[in-house]
Write a protein that binds this ligand. Structure first.
Ligand code: HEC
Length: 153
């Protein structure tokens, strides 16, 4: 409760003291898209762990993770990639300016992810070999976008 009040005070202070202070606050779009990516990674971790025999194959768990990934891939995240939130203009993000220079291609990468998660949904609950067969396409959909649009660490 106290935290909530403190946050409101901070937000109120922000609007009173103007844009210079507002610019120093982390943009909530960045937190939202990074949390979104963490959810993708969490679910991919389940499937990847089974694919690499780091955890036992469990058809139901694999199917659930694949369905979660597909649901996540269908989320419209466009608002989270707000203008001025690239890693050139803003701290705390690895999103490259290339995203805003190639918006159609960036969205197309999400469509590729949707297709890959669909294939994984069909495969994950069947058996381990099917899951492993769909892994390359799914991991590739993540990796290709990162290569083009995420600053290497
Ligand atoms: C359409 C492009 C795209 C796709 C597809 C994509 N990512 Fe990302 N991902 C990004 C970008 C850009 C960032 C950097 C975001 C930032 O720092 O603001 C990122 C960041 C991340 C991060 C770091 C998050 C953090 O807390 O900073 C993880 C983990 C991640 N992605 C996992 C995944 C996984 C797993 C998949 C596939 C299931 C995936 N991503 C698919 C573009 C993509």
């Amino acid at each position: 409760m106290f935290r909530k009040i403190a946050l409101i005070a901070i937000l109120a202070g922000c609007s009173l003291t103007g844009a210079a202070v507002a610019d120093e606050q982390a943009d909530p779009n960045i937190a939202a898209r990074q949390s979104y990516m963490d959810l993708l990674a969490y679910n991919l971790g389940v499937i990847g762990g089974m694919a690499q025999n780091r955890m036992p194959y469990d058809a139901e768990m694999a199917a659930t993770a694949a369905a979660n990934l597909h649901t996540l891939a269908m989320v419209d995240t466009r608002r989270m990639w707000a203008d001025g939130t690239d890693n050139f203009d803003t701290e705390g993000t690895r999103a490259l300016p290339a995203i805003w220079e190639n918006p159609d291609d960036f969205v197309a990468r999400f469509v590729t992810l949707q297709t890959a998660t669909e294939a994984m949904m069909a495969a994950a609950g069947t058996d381990l070999a099917s899951l492993q067969g769909a892994m390359g396409g799914l991991g590739g959909a993540c990796g290709a976008c990162h290569q083009a649009y995420r600053e290497p660490q």
